[in-house]
Design a binder for this molecule. Structure first.
Ligand SMILES: CC(=O)N[C@H]1[C@@H](OP(=O)(O)OP(=O)(O)OC[C@H]2O[C@@H](n3ccc(=O)[nH]c3=O)[C@H](O)[C@@H]2O)O[C@H](CO)[C@@H](O)[C@@H]1O
Ligand SMILES: C=C(OP(=O)(O)O)C(=O)O
Length: 420
């Protein structure tokens, strides 16, 4: 298993290219199930989750061709409707094949994802939505068995919570359902607008993305298309924190202001400077950081996927901060690891109080999930001495070329193979 070894203290200066969004690219790949294709996707990040999705789709019968390191061509016939446990348990986004399979071939067998490190993460809203569209769902032996022999029917679905995954699953299914589907209290994340854009390019009839009510008029068939995955707003926000925590200055090439106003507002409130540049976002530290209060919320609120990275940054701010996590019930696993590096963070229910310290010190720490992993890299970049981060397979799920991108801007970081 690989580890990162980081020698802290370097200020980061330079440019970091922002890749395509993991949380969009995965869904756009799944959308390929809705047509014979080919669906040609560019700006696809080269990360482990995308490779896992390739395996899943190939197992369902699709042909996935790697045209170049960041372009995929997806086409083919569906020859299996089963998403097996070993893939779904590795990557929760696998649940999203349920809707497209149901819509295209009228049946699906998808392993229940179960919980994961950050929370229990049930899929009840997905299943209730499909039932409203006429599907029959049976849970058996850890699998969701879903069928809609006569096809899915359009329905009005009111989501009690604006779930990103449920919105995407239902949106994809509705493109081929008979009649009109309305998804009320739909999630408004930019990745959903990206998915709607791709589906529209494939011939779907969708309106309302970004507004909270999606209206989808089912069509008999979709066709192939070419589409570019949007830039990864979370990767961009993560490297913004790297600029600030190291007292540096980074141009995040391809970063978009419109996708992350809440993150930019929080960076500025903490004392950082964010400037729009023709090529992206320029982020730099401006004197000592200030403590701030944050609450994670569905988009356009502050994203839960940026919570751990902000906590590392606020650990060295002047004064106290409070971060309240409202999306996932167990997303503070980085706290004990940050505290091992000298941070002063206490958890009270779903809030964490961060009392700023003068400095952090390098330590051996362990990654527990994707974003928690990066918060420890950020702490390691700032800390005095050496930090050894293990279990970086969590990080490889969602960040491409971390050591390469950071080292190009002056970080001292290397990837090593640890002895078993
Ligand atoms: C691959 C991907 O895009 N992942 C993102 C997606 O995850 P994901 O799509 O899983 O997130 P959801 O918005 O669905 O989940 C948010 C909350 O709703 C709950 N819930 C969800 C569905 C359901 O049927 N029942 C239910 O109770 C979940 O347990 C969680 O507490 O959105 C999250 C919230 O922005 C992000 O943190 C993840 O990075
Ligand atoms: C929680 C995340 O991803 P997933 O939903 O794939 O676990 C994430 O991207 O931070």
């Amino acid at each position: 298993m690989d580890q990162f070894i980081i020698e802290g203290g370097a200020r980061l200066n330079g440019e970091i290219p922002i890749g395509g969004a993991k949380n969009s690219g995965l869904k756009l790949m799944v959308a390929a199930l809705l047509s014979p294709g080919p669906l040609v996707l560019s700006n696809v990040p080269d990360i482990a989750d995308i490779r896992t999705m390739k395996r899943l789709l190939t197992g369902l019968g699709m042909e996935v061709v790697q045209v170049d390191p960041h372009t995929l061509s997806l086409s083919g016939q569906i020859t299996s409707v089963e998403a097996p446990y070993d893939i779904v348990s590795k990557m929760r986004a696998s649940i999203l094949v349920l809707g497209p399979l149901l819509a295209r071939v009228g049946e699906a067998k998808v392993s229940l994802p179960g919980g994961c490190a950050i929370g229990t993460r049930p899929v009840d809203l997905h299943l209730k939505g499909f039932e409203a569209m006429g599907a029959e769902i049976v849970l058996e032996n850890g699998y969701i068995n879903a069928s809609a022999p006569g096809g899915l029917k359009g329905a009005r679905i009111v989501l009690p919570f604006a779930s990103v995954g449920a919105t995407e699953n239902l949106l994809m299914a509705a493109t081929l359902a008979k009649g009109t589907t309305e998804i009320v209290n739909a999630a408004r994340e930019p990745e959903i607008a990206d998915l709607a854009g791709c589906l529209r390019a494939m011939g779907a009839r969708i309106s309302g993305e970004g507004t909270g009510t999606l209206v989808i008029e089912g069509v008999p068939a979709l066709h192939g298309a070419e589409y570019a995955v949007m830039p990864d707003r979370i990767e961009c926000g993560t490297y913004a924190c790297a600029a600030v925590i190291t007292g540096g200055d980074l141009l995040l090439v391809g970063g978009r202001e419109e996708d992350q106003e809440a993150v930019i507002t929080a960076l500025e409130a903490a004392g950082a400077e964010v400037q729009l540049d023709q090529r992206g976002l320029r982020v730099r530290a401006r004197g000592q950081l200030r403590g701030i209060d944050l609450m994670t919320e569905p988009y356009p609120g502050f994203p839960t996927d940026m919570q751990a990275q902000f906590m590392a940054m606020l650990a060295v701010a002047d004064g106290a901060s409070m971060i309240t996590e409202t999306i996932f019930e167990n997303r503070f696993m980085h706290v004990p690891e940050l505290n091992r590096m000298g941070a002063n963070v206490n958890i009270h229910g779903r809030s964490a109080i961060i009392r700023g310290v003068r400095g952090l010190s390098g330590a051996r720490v362990m990654a527990t999930d994707l974003r928690a992993s990066f918060s420890l890299i950020l702490a390691g970049l700032r800390a005095e001495g050496e930090t050894v981060l293990s279990r970086i397979y969590h990080l490889d799920r969602g960040y491409e070329g971390v050591d390469r991108k950071l080292a190009a801007c002056g970080a001292i970081i290397r990837r090593v193979r640890a002895e078993a």
